[in-house]
Design a protein around this ligand. Structure first.
Ligand SMILES: *[C@@H]1O[C@H](CO)[C@@H](O)[C@H](O)[C@H]1NC(C)=O
Ligand SMILES: *[C@@H]1O[C@H](CO)[C@@H](O)[C@H](O)[C@H]1NC(C)=O
Ligand SMILES: *[C@@H]1O[C@H](CO)[C@@H](O)[C@H](O)[C@H]1NC(C)=O
Ligand SMILES: *[C@@H]1O[C@H](CO)[C@@H](O)[C@H](O)[C@H]1NC(C)=O
Ligand SMILES: *[C@@H]1O[C@H](CO)[C@@H](O)[C@H](O)[C@H]1NC(C)=O
Ligand SMILES: *[C@@H]1O[C@H](CO)[C@@H](O)[C@H](O)[C@H]1NC(C)=O
Ligand SMILES: *[C@@H]1O[C@H](CO)[C@@H](O)[C@H](O)[C@H]1NC(C)=O
Ligand SMILES: *[C@@H]1O[C@H](CO)[C@@H](O)[C@H](O)[C@H]1NC(C)=O
Ligand SMILES: *[C@@H]1O[C@H](CO)[C@@H](O)[C@H](O)[C@H]1NC(C)=O
Length: 322
């Protein structure tokens, strides 16, 4: 059973809403917020020759105008974007970061937290809707506290993928437990995270727990590559993709998929792009297309699709690449 999951390389991309989208408000920074940020700066190790944000945080200026900082009207810090600030080493669970109680958006992507664990203190940030720890070199078991951060709308955790490196893991809690209460999630990115769950389990978990999910990416699971040499990689595309509301694109290229592709997926009227190329054992045929189909890209090269091209392909008014 595990094989089916491990054998997949896939990504689903739907309505994308990437990036921090907070309207900058120029209000006067509150003193306590300013001192928390300065403490944070002092306790972080970063390369001042590379940093463009932290280096310019100085006591003499209004912290709401510091680079990477966003405030609300009252002067509370609600957004912190420290991506690519060359931060290295771990972050203490006592860091003043976790006292910034008003934070809604936090981006620490592309730093080097030295393969330390994600501190449970993230649970203190009870208003977070956007958490981006992508490629930040966090490692080890993902803390259970993330599962109680029910305000999250975006969770981006991909880890750099190279053999031998320790990755982020979802064992206990596993994927099911993690997402159980994160019902507001619209974007969940877990590329490179070592997920120990069976395909049947996470398919069900994702479709039942995450009604609002628009973007899901579990590409290059570490478990997958770990298992690569040992298994026969026979995996089937689950029909559950067809039940995701708002599915916009599905890329399952070169994923060693076998057996029959569920034709129901072609009938998802919101689907704009479908790429199944490079799965030479994947069988299927083109069914009737719905009259309001949105497909603009359909790639079936190097698959074992057969049969005729149905007339209803004419329903695909948007089709530009086949
Ligand atoms: C996370 O941050 C990185 C760097 O800023 C960005 O490229 C990526 O799109 C962000 N992810 C999301 C889901 O916003
Ligand atoms: C940082 O601030 C200094 C002076 O306050 C300024 O000269 C410099 O250009 C700023 N650096 C960046 C990257 O904005
Ligand atoms: C990173 O972790 C290693 C091993 O635990 C340690 O020796 C090193 O000092 C750490 N580096 C930083 C910048 O904290
Ligand atoms: C977490 O929140 C509690 C209560 O709000 C506070 O006492 C504690 O200092 C916070 N922890 C950190 C690391 O900021
Ligand atoms: C999810 O919420 C329910 C009800 O509040 C709670 O009993 C359960 O422990 C929560 N699960 C996790 C993993 O936090
Ligand atoms: C993924 O997790 C499993 C189970 O703990 C472990 O055996 C395997 O070595 C891990 N894979 C990688 C690449 O870390
Ligand atoms: C591949 O593995 C599955 C599940 O273990 C098994 O049922 C199937 O017979 C295997 N196929 C081949 C060709 O070995
Ligand atoms: C296509 O039509 C079906 C039923 O006729 C409807 O439920 C669906 O919302 C429509 N989709 C789009 C993208 O217009
Ligand atoms: C392709 O599909 C046909 C049945 O349509 C089957 O006989 C053949 O073995 C399949 N080829 C591969 C490479 O899976």
């Amino acid at each position: 059973m595990r094989i089916a999951f491990f054998a997949w390389l896939f990504s689903i991309t739907l309505l994308l809403s990437f990036g921090i989208s907070t309207v900058p408000v120029h209000s006067q920074c509150l003193n306590d917020q300013s001192s928390l940020l300065l403490q944070l700066k002092n306790n972080l190790r970063y390369n001042s020759a590379v940093s463009v944000k932290l280096v310019n945080w100085t006591q003499t200026t209004d912290c709401c105008r510091w680079k990477g900082v966003t405030c609300d009207k009252e002067g509370h810090v609600i957004g912190l974007d420290l991506n690519r600030e060359s931060i290295s080493g771990g972050i203490s669970h006592l860091s003043s970061l976790f006292s910034l109680q008003f934070l809604q958006n936090l981006n620490l992507a592309y730093n080097n937290f030295n393969f330390t664990q994600i501190p449970p203190s993230f649970g203190n940030l009870t208003r977070l809707t956007y958490l981006n720890l992508s490629n930040a070199n966090f490692a080890g078991q993902i803390s259970i506290v993330l599962s109680s951060m029910t305000t999250l709308v975006t969770l981006d955790l991909p880890t750099l993928y190279f053999p031998g490196a320790t990755s982020l893991k979802l064992e206990n809690p596993n994927l099911l437990k993690l997402i159980q209460n994160l019902t507001g999630l619209k974007t969940l990115l877990l590329d490179g995270v070592n997920i120990s769950a069976q395909a049947s389990q996470w398919c069900e978990a994702i479709s039942s727990s995450l009604p609002n999910l628009q973007v899901l990416l579990i590409l290059r699971s570490r478990s997958f590559s770990f298992r690569l040499g040992q298994n026969n990689l026979s995996a089937q595309v689950p029909k559950f993709f067809a039940d995701l509301p708002n599915l916009r694109s599905l890329h399952l290229c070169s994923s060693n998929l076998h057996r029959k592709f569920p034709e129901k997926i072609f009938q998802v009227s919101t689907l704009e792009a479908l790429d199944l190329s490079g799965n030479s054992y994947l069988q299927g045929f083109l069914p009737q297309f719905p009259s309001n189909g949105s497909l603009h890209t359909l790639v079936l090269s190097k698959t074992n699709f057969s049969g005729t091209l149905p007339d209803s392909v004419g329903n695909l008014k948007m089709l530009s690449r086949m």
